[in-house]
Design a binder for this molecule. Structure first.
Ligand SMILES: *Cc1c(COP(=O)(O)O)cnc(C)c1O
Length: 455
Protein backbone atom coordinates (compact mmCIF):
# COMPACT_ATOMS: atom_id res chain seq x y z
CA UNK A 1 0.00 0.00 0.00
CA UNK A 2 2.40 2.73 1.08
CA UNK A 3 5.38 3.72 -0.97
CA UNK A 4 8.30 2.60 1.25
CA UNK A 5 11.14 4.44 -0.49
CA UNK A 6 12.86 6.95 1.82
CA UNK A 7 12.16 9.88 -0.46
CA UNK A 8 8.50 9.09 -1.02
CA UNK A 9 5.96 11.79 -0.23
CA UNK A 10 4.62 9.50 2.47
CA UNK A 11 8.04 9.19 4.16
CA UNK A 12 8.64 12.93 3.85
CA UNK A 13 5.23 13.68 5.36
CA UNK A 14 6.03 11.36 8.30
CA UNK A 15 9.49 12.81 8.82
CA UNK A 16 8.61 16.46 9.36
CA UNK A 17 4.85 16.95 9.73
CA UNK A 18 2.85 16.33 12.87
CA UNK A 19 -0.57 14.82 12.13
CA UNK A 20 -3.57 16.35 13.91
CA UNK A 21 -6.80 14.39 14.49
CA UNK A 22 -5.32 11.35 12.71
CA UNK A 23 -5.49 7.66 13.57
CA UNK A 24 -1.73 7.13 13.82
CA UNK A 25 -1.67 3.31 13.42
CA UNK A 26 -3.67 3.76 10.25
CA UNK A 27 -1.34 6.38 8.77
CA UNK A 28 1.69 4.31 9.84
CA UNK A 29 0.40 1.36 7.88
CA UNK A 30 -1.03 3.19 4.90
CA UNK A 31 0.97 6.39 4.61
CA UNK A 32 -0.45 9.89 4.37
CA UNK A 33 -2.50 10.81 1.32
CA UNK A 34 -0.55 13.76 -0.12
CA UNK A 35 -2.68 15.88 -2.42
CA UNK A 36 -1.68 18.19 -5.22
CA UNK A 37 -4.83 19.69 -6.71
CA UNK A 38 -8.55 19.42 -7.17
CA UNK A 39 -11.27 19.65 -9.77
CA UNK A 40 -14.92 20.22 -8.89
CA UNK A 41 -15.55 17.95 -5.89
CA UNK A 42 -12.53 15.71 -6.71
CA UNK A 43 -8.98 15.85 -5.33
CA UNK A 44 -5.82 14.25 -6.77
CA UNK A 45 -2.81 12.83 -4.94
CA UNK A 46 0.91 12.82 -5.78
CA UNK A 47 0.46 9.44 -7.51
CA UNK A 48 -2.22 10.85 -9.80
CA UNK A 49 -5.02 8.98 -8.02
CA UNK A 50 -8.42 10.69 -8.08
CA UNK A 51 -10.78 10.83 -5.09
CA UNK A 52 -14.33 12.10 -4.83
CA UNK A 53 -14.22 14.12 -1.61
CA UNK A 54 -17.53 13.34 0.08
CA UNK A 55 -16.60 15.67 2.94
CA UNK A 56 -15.82 18.76 0.84
CA UNK A 57 -12.44 19.08 2.57
CA UNK A 58 -13.45 19.66 6.17
CA UNK A 59 -17.09 20.56 5.48
CA UNK A 60 -15.97 23.81 3.90
CA UNK A 61 -14.95 23.50 0.21
CA UNK A 62 -18.56 23.91 -0.80
CA UNK A 63 -17.82 25.52 -4.19
CA UNK A 64 -15.41 22.74 -5.13
CA UNK A 65 -11.64 22.86 -5.55
CA UNK A 66 -11.24 24.95 -8.70
CA UNK A 67 -13.77 27.75 -8.61
CA UNK A 68 -12.28 30.40 -10.93
CA UNK A 69 -14.16 33.36 -9.42
CA UNK A 70 -12.83 32.72 -5.92
CA UNK A 71 -9.21 32.40 -7.05
CA UNK A 72 -9.63 35.57 -9.14
CA UNK A 73 -11.11 37.51 -6.21
CA UNK A 74 -8.08 36.55 -4.12
CA UNK A 75 -5.62 37.38 -6.88
CA UNK A 76 -7.23 40.76 -7.59
CA UNK A 77 -7.14 41.67 -3.89
CA UNK A 78 -3.52 40.49 -3.53
CA UNK A 79 -2.64 42.80 -6.40
CA UNK A 80 -4.59 45.72 -4.93
CA UNK A 81 -3.80 45.49 -1.19
CA UNK A 82 -2.35 42.19 0.05
CA UNK A 83 -2.73 42.57 3.78
CA UNK A 84 -3.75 44.86 6.58
CA UNK A 85 -4.99 44.68 10.14
CA UNK A 86 -8.16 46.06 11.73
CA UNK A 87 -6.62 47.77 14.81
CA UNK A 88 -6.31 51.44 15.85
CA UNK A 89 -9.36 52.56 13.91
CA UNK A 90 -8.04 51.35 10.57
CA UNK A 91 -9.43 48.61 8.34
CA UNK A 92 -9.57 47.77 4.65
CA UNK A 93 -12.47 48.74 2.41
CA UNK A 94 -13.11 45.00 1.87
CA UNK A 95 -13.58 44.58 5.63
CA UNK A 96 -16.15 47.38 5.72
CA UNK A 97 -18.04 45.83 2.81
CA UNK A 98 -17.98 42.29 4.24
CA UNK A 99 -19.41 43.45 7.58
CA UNK A 100 -22.25 45.22 5.76
CA UNK A 101 -22.92 42.06 3.77
CA UNK A 102 -22.81 39.75 6.81
CA UNK A 103 -25.28 41.87 8.74
CA UNK A 104 -27.49 42.07 5.63
CA UNK A 105 -27.63 38.29 5.21
CA UNK A 106 -27.84 37.60 8.96
CA UNK A 107 -31.21 37.08 10.63
CA UNK A 108 -30.60 40.32 12.58
CA UNK A 109 -32.21 43.65 11.72
CA UNK A 110 -28.92 45.26 12.72
CA UNK A 111 -25.66 44.15 14.27
CA UNK A 112 -21.87 44.23 14.20
CA UNK A 113 -19.13 41.83 13.16
CA UNK A 114 -15.74 40.90 14.65
CA UNK A 115 -13.22 38.87 12.61
CA UNK A 116 -10.92 36.00 13.52
CA UNK A 117 -8.85 33.48 11.56
CA UNK A 118 -10.81 30.37 12.52
CA UNK A 119 -13.97 29.05 14.07
CA UNK A 120 -12.16 28.24 17.33
CA UNK A 121 -11.00 31.83 17.66
CA UNK A 122 -14.49 33.08 16.88
CA UNK A 123 -15.93 31.01 19.74
CA UNK A 124 -13.08 32.14 21.99
CA UNK A 125 -13.78 35.74 21.03
CA UNK A 126 -17.49 35.37 21.78
CA UNK A 127 -16.71 33.96 25.24
CA UNK A 128 -14.35 36.86 25.93
CA UNK A 129 -17.08 39.28 24.81
CA UNK A 130 -19.50 37.69 27.28
CA UNK A 131 -16.91 37.78 30.08
CA UNK A 132 -16.16 41.42 29.26
CA UNK A 133 -19.88 42.21 29.41
CA UNK A 134 -20.27 40.47 32.77
CA UNK A 135 -17.42 42.48 34.28
CA UNK A 136 -18.54 45.74 32.73
CA UNK A 137 -22.17 45.35 33.78
CA UNK A 138 -21.32 44.56 37.41
CA UNK A 139 -21.72 40.76 37.22
CA UNK A 140 -18.09 39.71 37.41
CA UNK A 141 -18.95 36.08 38.23
CA UNK A 142 -21.27 35.67 35.24
CA UNK A 143 -18.68 33.48 33.48
CA UNK A 144 -20.00 29.94 33.06
CA UNK A 145 -20.60 28.63 29.58
CA UNK A 146 -23.12 25.88 28.78
CA UNK A 147 -22.76 23.58 25.76
CA UNK A 148 -23.74 19.99 24.96
CA UNK A 149 -21.84 16.69 25.08
CA UNK A 150 -20.54 15.88 21.60
CA UNK A 151 -20.90 19.52 20.60
CA UNK A 152 -17.82 20.68 18.70
CA UNK A 153 -16.67 24.26 19.05
CA UNK A 154 -12.96 24.09 18.29
CA UNK A 155 -9.55 23.38 19.79
CA UNK A 156 -8.20 26.51 21.51
CA UNK A 157 -8.18 26.17 25.31
CA UNK A 158 -11.57 27.88 25.65
CA UNK A 159 -13.29 26.42 22.58
CA UNK A 160 -11.93 22.94 23.45
CA UNK A 161 -13.45 23.42 26.91
CA UNK A 162 -16.76 24.12 25.18
CA UNK A 163 -16.34 21.03 22.99
CA UNK A 164 -18.05 18.12 24.72
CA UNK A 165 -15.63 15.36 23.72
CA UNK A 166 -13.80 13.04 26.10
CA UNK A 167 -10.51 13.35 24.16
CA UNK A 168 -9.96 16.79 25.71
CA UNK A 169 -9.25 15.11 29.05
CA UNK A 170 -5.67 14.46 27.86
CA UNK A 171 -5.15 18.24 28.04
CA UNK A 172 -6.70 18.54 31.50
CA UNK A 173 -9.72 20.25 29.92
CA UNK A 174 -12.41 21.49 30.23
CA UNK A 175 -11.39 24.55 32.22
CA UNK A 176 -13.56 25.31 35.26
CA UNK A 177 -16.96 26.77 34.50
CA UNK A 178 -17.60 24.95 31.21
CA UNK A 179 -20.71 22.82 31.61
CA UNK A 180 -22.06 20.14 29.29
CA UNK A 181 -25.64 18.98 28.87
CA UNK A 182 -26.86 15.68 27.43
CA UNK A 183 -26.25 15.27 23.72
CA UNK A 184 -29.61 15.91 21.99
CA UNK A 185 -29.49 12.64 20.06
CA UNK A 186 -32.87 10.94 20.31
CA UNK A 187 -31.80 7.63 18.73
CA UNK A 188 -28.94 7.17 21.24
CA UNK A 189 -30.11 9.10 24.31
CA UNK A 190 -33.89 8.66 24.19
CA UNK A 191 -35.17 6.29 26.89
CA UNK A 192 -37.30 3.18 26.46
CA UNK A 193 -40.83 4.34 25.62
CA UNK A 194 -39.91 8.04 25.59
CA UNK A 195 -41.36 10.00 22.65
CA UNK A 196 -39.22 12.53 20.79
CA UNK A 197 -41.31 15.36 22.30
CA UNK A 198 -40.80 13.91 25.79
CA UNK A 199 -37.07 13.66 25.12
CA UNK A 200 -36.99 17.36 24.17
CA UNK A 201 -38.94 18.24 27.32
CA UNK A 202 -36.45 16.24 29.42
CA UNK A 203 -33.51 18.12 27.86
CA UNK A 204 -35.19 21.47 28.61
CA UNK A 205 -35.76 20.35 32.21
CA UNK A 206 -32.12 19.31 32.48
CA UNK A 207 -31.10 22.82 31.38
CA UNK A 208 -33.52 24.37 33.87
CA UNK A 209 -32.05 22.22 36.66
CA UNK A 210 -28.49 23.08 35.67
CA UNK A 211 -29.30 26.79 35.78
CA UNK A 212 -30.97 26.41 39.18
CA UNK A 213 -28.02 24.42 40.56
CA UNK A 214 -25.32 26.75 39.23
CA UNK A 215 -27.22 30.02 39.72
CA UNK A 216 -28.54 31.98 36.73
CA UNK A 217 -26.35 34.93 37.73
CA UNK A 218 -23.20 32.83 37.13
CA UNK A 219 -24.03 31.81 33.54
CA UNK A 220 -22.69 33.92 30.67
CA UNK A 221 -24.09 32.05 27.67
CA UNK A 222 -25.33 28.91 25.95
CA UNK A 223 -23.66 27.81 22.69
CA UNK A 224 -25.12 25.27 20.27
CA UNK A 225 -24.65 24.07 16.72
CA UNK A 226 -28.06 23.88 14.97
CA UNK A 227 -27.00 20.41 13.76
CA UNK A 228 -24.08 18.92 15.69
CA UNK A 229 -21.40 18.41 13.07
CA UNK A 230 -18.19 16.83 14.33
CA UNK A 231 -20.28 15.18 17.06
CA UNK A 232 -21.61 12.88 14.33
CA UNK A 233 -24.13 14.95 12.33
CA UNK A 234 -26.96 15.02 14.84
CA UNK A 235 -30.05 17.10 14.01
CA UNK A 236 -31.98 18.33 17.06
CA UNK A 237 -35.09 16.52 18.26
CA UNK A 238 -38.48 18.03 17.50
CA UNK A 239 -39.05 21.44 19.09
CA UNK A 240 -35.60 21.48 20.70
CA UNK A 241 -34.52 25.07 20.10
CA UNK A 242 -37.93 26.47 21.01
CA UNK A 243 -37.89 24.57 24.32
CA UNK A 244 -34.29 25.50 25.13
CA UNK A 245 -34.69 29.13 24.14
CA UNK A 246 -37.72 29.63 26.33
CA UNK A 247 -35.68 28.46 29.35
CA UNK A 248 -32.73 30.68 28.40
CA UNK A 249 -34.92 33.76 27.86
CA UNK A 250 -36.50 33.32 31.28
CA UNK A 251 -33.04 33.65 32.82
CA UNK A 252 -31.62 36.27 30.44
CA UNK A 253 -28.97 33.89 29.08
CA UNK A 254 -27.83 34.57 25.48
CA UNK A 255 -28.16 31.79 22.89
CA UNK A 256 -25.18 31.70 20.54
CA UNK A 257 -25.64 29.72 17.33
CA UNK A 258 -22.38 28.11 16.27
CA UNK A 259 -23.01 28.13 12.53
CA UNK A 260 -19.47 27.26 11.49
CA UNK A 261 -20.77 24.23 9.55
CA UNK A 262 -24.47 25.04 9.12
CA UNK A 263 -24.00 28.68 8.07
CA UNK A 264 -24.13 29.59 4.39
CA UNK A 265 -26.34 26.89 3.05
CA UNK A 266 -25.42 23.48 4.46
CA UNK A 267 -28.90 22.78 5.85
CA UNK A 268 -30.72 24.29 2.83
CA UNK A 269 -31.21 27.80 4.29
CA UNK A 270 -28.55 30.47 4.83
CA UNK A 271 -28.45 29.68 8.57
CA UNK A 272 -29.23 26.59 10.60
CA UNK A 273 -31.18 28.94 12.91
CA UNK A 274 -33.44 29.64 9.93
CA UNK A 275 -33.89 25.92 9.23
CA UNK A 276 -34.90 25.33 12.86
CA UNK A 277 -36.80 28.61 13.20
CA UNK A 278 -35.11 30.25 16.16
CA UNK A 279 -33.52 33.68 16.66
CA UNK A 280 -30.07 33.53 18.24
CA UNK A 281 -28.40 36.44 20.04
CA UNK A 282 -25.20 36.01 18.02
CA UNK A 283 -23.82 33.82 15.26
CA UNK A 284 -20.40 32.20 14.93
CA UNK A 285 -19.31 31.72 11.32
CA UNK A 286 -16.27 30.21 9.58
CA UNK A 287 -15.65 27.31 7.13
CA UNK A 288 -18.19 28.08 4.32
CA UNK A 289 -17.74 31.81 4.97
CA UNK A 290 -14.88 31.77 2.45
CA UNK A 291 -15.89 28.45 0.83
CA UNK A 292 -12.63 27.23 2.40
CA UNK A 293 -10.48 29.46 0.15
CA UNK A 294 -9.09 31.54 3.05
CA UNK A 295 -8.83 30.94 6.82
CA UNK A 296 -11.37 33.23 8.42
CA UNK A 297 -13.97 33.32 11.17
CA UNK A 298 -16.51 35.88 12.29
CA UNK A 299 -18.65 36.71 15.30
CA UNK A 300 -21.89 38.34 14.17
CA UNK A 301 -23.66 40.06 17.06
CA UNK A 302 -27.39 40.73 17.04
CA UNK A 303 -28.79 44.12 18.09
CA UNK A 304 -28.88 43.62 21.86
CA UNK A 305 -25.36 42.23 22.23
CA UNK A 306 -24.08 44.89 19.81
CA UNK A 307 -25.44 47.67 22.00
CA UNK A 308 -24.24 46.12 25.24
CA UNK A 309 -20.75 45.40 23.91
CA UNK A 310 -20.52 48.89 22.45
CA UNK A 311 -21.49 50.40 25.81
CA UNK A 312 -18.97 48.23 27.67
CA UNK A 313 -16.21 49.20 25.23
CA UNK A 314 -17.15 52.89 25.31
CA UNK A 315 -16.89 52.80 29.11
CA UNK A 316 -13.19 51.85 28.97
CA UNK A 317 -12.63 53.52 25.59
CA UNK A 318 -11.51 50.26 23.96
CA UNK A 319 -12.37 46.64 23.22
CA UNK A 320 -8.96 45.16 23.99
CA UNK A 321 -9.05 42.18 21.63
CA UNK A 322 -8.09 41.31 18.04
CA UNK A 323 -5.81 39.13 15.90
CA UNK A 324 -3.10 40.48 13.61
CA UNK A 325 -4.97 39.15 10.59
CA UNK A 326 -8.52 40.00 11.84
CA UNK A 327 -10.52 41.22 8.85
CA UNK A 328 -7.69 40.46 6.41
CA UNK A 329 -8.49 42.24 3.12
CA UNK A 330 -7.85 39.16 0.99
CA UNK A 331 -9.99 37.03 3.30
CA UNK A 332 -12.76 39.62 3.18
CA UNK A 333 -12.61 39.86 -0.63
CA UNK A 334 -12.76 36.06 -0.86
CA UNK A 335 -15.65 35.91 1.63
CA UNK A 336 -17.60 38.55 -0.31
CA UNK A 337 -17.13 36.48 -3.46
CA UNK A 338 -17.95 33.20 -1.68
CA UNK A 339 -21.19 34.60 -0.28
CA UNK A 340 -22.11 35.83 -3.76
CA UNK A 341 -21.27 32.43 -5.27
CA UNK A 342 -23.27 30.52 -2.65
CA UNK A 343 -26.32 32.80 -2.64
CA UNK A 344 -26.43 33.98 -6.27
CA UNK A 345 -24.78 31.33 -8.43
CA UNK A 346 -27.23 28.55 -7.70
CA UNK A 347 -25.28 26.70 -4.98
CA UNK A 348 -28.00 26.95 -2.37
CA UNK A 349 -30.60 25.95 -4.95
CA UNK A 350 -28.46 22.92 -5.70
CA UNK A 351 -28.34 22.01 -2.00
CA UNK A 352 -32.12 22.10 -1.89
CA UNK A 353 -32.48 20.28 -5.22
CA UNK A 354 -30.07 17.50 -4.18
CA UNK A 355 -31.42 17.04 -0.64
CA UNK A 356 -34.18 14.51 -1.54
CA UNK A 357 -31.66 12.41 -3.47
CA UNK A 358 -29.19 12.68 -0.58
CA UNK A 359 -31.84 11.57 1.91
CA UNK A 360 -32.85 8.70 -0.36
CA UNK A 361 -29.19 7.62 -0.52
CA UNK A 362 -28.87 7.67 3.27
CA UNK A 363 -32.07 5.63 3.60
CA UNK A 364 -30.77 3.16 1.02
CA UNK A 365 -27.65 2.65 3.17
CA UNK A 366 -29.89 2.15 6.20
CA UNK A 367 -31.20 -1.05 4.58
CA UNK A 368 -27.83 -2.55 5.41
CA UNK A 369 -28.27 -4.85 8.46
CA UNK A 370 -25.27 -3.24 10.18
CA UNK A 371 -26.35 0.38 9.75
CA UNK A 372 -28.29 1.36 12.85
CA UNK A 373 -29.19 4.93 11.98
CA UNK A 374 -29.02 7.19 8.93
CA UNK A 375 -29.51 10.84 9.81
CA UNK A 376 -28.91 14.29 8.46
CA UNK A 377 -30.25 17.62 7.28
CA UNK A 378 -29.75 19.33 3.93
CA UNK A 379 -26.41 18.11 2.56
CA UNK A 380 -24.93 16.87 5.82
CA UNK A 381 -25.47 13.28 6.84
CA UNK A 382 -24.08 10.25 8.65
CA UNK A 383 -24.67 6.54 8.85
CA UNK A 384 -23.91 4.77 12.10
CA UNK A 385 -22.52 1.23 12.15
CA UNK A 386 -23.85 -1.23 14.74
CA UNK A 387 -23.16 -4.88 15.50
CA UNK A 388 -26.83 -5.39 16.36
CA UNK A 389 -29.48 -3.16 14.89
CA UNK A 390 -32.27 -4.13 17.31
CA UNK A 391 -30.27 -3.40 20.46
CA UNK A 392 -28.14 -0.60 18.86
CA UNK A 393 -25.05 -2.43 20.17
CA UNK A 394 -21.93 -0.90 18.63
CA UNK A 395 -19.04 -2.88 17.16
CA UNK A 396 -16.17 -3.59 19.55
CA UNK A 397 -13.89 -0.53 19.69
CA UNK A 398 -10.74 -2.48 18.76
CA UNK A 399 -12.26 -3.30 15.37
CA UNK A 400 -12.09 0.40 14.38
CA UNK A 401 -15.03 -0.18 12.08
CA UNK A 402 -15.59 3.35 10.81
CA UNK A 403 -11.83 3.82 10.29
CA UNK A 404 -11.81 0.64 8.19
CA UNK A 405 -14.80 1.81 6.19
CA UNK A 406 -13.13 5.15 5.48
CA UNK A 407 -9.86 3.41 4.49
CA UNK A 408 -11.69 1.01 2.18
CA UNK A 409 -13.43 4.01 0.61
CA UNK A 410 -10.07 5.73 0.10
CA UNK A 411 -8.79 2.61 -1.70
CA UNK A 412 -11.73 2.98 -4.08
CA UNK A 413 -11.37 6.69 -4.72
CA UNK A 414 -13.83 8.09 -2.18
CA UNK A 415 -12.87 10.27 0.77
CA UNK A 416 -15.26 10.17 3.70
CA UNK A 417 -14.74 10.65 7.37
CA UNK A 418 -15.03 8.25 10.29
CA UNK A 419 -16.53 9.74 13.45
CA UNK A 420 -16.99 7.39 16.38
CA UNK A 421 -18.80 4.46 14.76
CA UNK A 422 -20.37 6.68 12.13
CA UNK A 423 -19.28 7.73 8.67
CA UNK A 424 -19.94 11.32 7.68
CA UNK A 425 -21.00 12.63 4.28
CA UNK A 426 -21.11 16.35 3.52
CA UNK A 427 -20.64 16.86 -0.19
CA UNK A 428 -19.80 20.10 -1.94
CA UNK A 429 -22.79 22.21 -2.95
CA UNK A 430 -21.70 21.94 -6.61
CA UNK A 431 -22.05 18.15 -6.65
CA UNK A 432 -23.97 16.66 -9.59
CA UNK A 433 -26.45 13.77 -9.44
CA UNK A 434 -24.04 11.27 -11.09
CA UNK A 435 -21.33 12.27 -8.60
CA UNK A 436 -23.79 11.69 -5.78
CA UNK A 437 -24.55 8.23 -7.21
CA UNK A 438 -20.82 7.52 -7.30
CA UNK A 439 -20.53 8.60 -3.65
CA UNK A 440 -23.32 6.33 -2.38
CA UNK A 441 -22.31 3.36 -4.53
CA UNK A 442 -18.69 3.49 -3.37
CA UNK A 443 -19.68 3.87 0.26
CA UNK A 444 -22.18 1.01 0.00
CA UNK A 445 -19.51 -1.26 -1.50
CA UNK A 446 -17.10 -0.35 1.32
CA UNK A 447 -19.76 -1.02 3.97
CA UNK A 448 -20.43 -4.48 2.53
CA UNK A 449 -16.73 -5.33 2.40
CA UNK A 450 -16.00 -4.21 5.95
CA UNK A 451 -19.13 -5.69 7.55
CA UNK A 452 -18.19 -9.03 5.99
CA UNK A 453 -14.68 -8.75 7.50
CA UNK A 454 -15.90 -7.98 11.02
CA UNK A 455 -19.00 -10.22 11.06
C1 LIG B 1 -14.84 23.42 12.65
C2 LIG B 1 -15.69 23.98 13.72
C3 LIG B 1 -15.19 24.90 14.66
C4 LIG B 1 -13.74 25.25 14.72
O1 LIG B 1 -13.28 25.91 13.59
P1 LIG B 1 -11.70 25.92 13.27
O2 LIG B 1 -11.63 26.82 12.10
O3 LIG B 1 -11.29 24.52 13.00
O4 LIG B 1 -11.03 26.48 14.47
C5 LIG B 1 -16.07 25.47 15.56
N1 LIG B 1 -17.37 25.14 15.57
C6 LIG B 1 -17.88 24.26 14.70
C7 LIG B 1 -19.34 23.95 14.73
C8 LIG B 1 -17.05 23.62 13.77
O5 LIG B 1 -17.55 22.70 12.94
Amino acid sequence: MRDESPNSWEARADAHSFYGFTDLPSVNERGAVVLTHGQGPYVFDVHGRQYLDANSGLWNMVAGFDHPGLAEAAKAQYDRFPGYHAFFGRMSDQTVMLSEKLVEVSPFERGKVFYTNSGSEANDTMVKMLWFLGGSEGHANKRKIITRKNGYHGVTAVSASMTGKPYNEVFGLPLDGFLHLTCPHYWREGREGESEADFTARLARELEEMIAREGADTIAGFFAEPVLGAGGVIPPPEGYFQAIQSVLRKHGIPLISDEVICGFGRTGAVWGAETYDFMPDAIISSKNLTAGYFPMGAVILGPELTDRLQAAADAIEEFPHGFTASGHPVGCAVALKAIDVILNEGLMENVRALTPKFEAGLNWLLENPNIGEARGKGLMGAVEAVRDKATKTPFEGHLSVSERIANTCTDHGLICRPLGQAVVLCPAFIMTEPQMDEMFEKLDAALRTVFKEVA
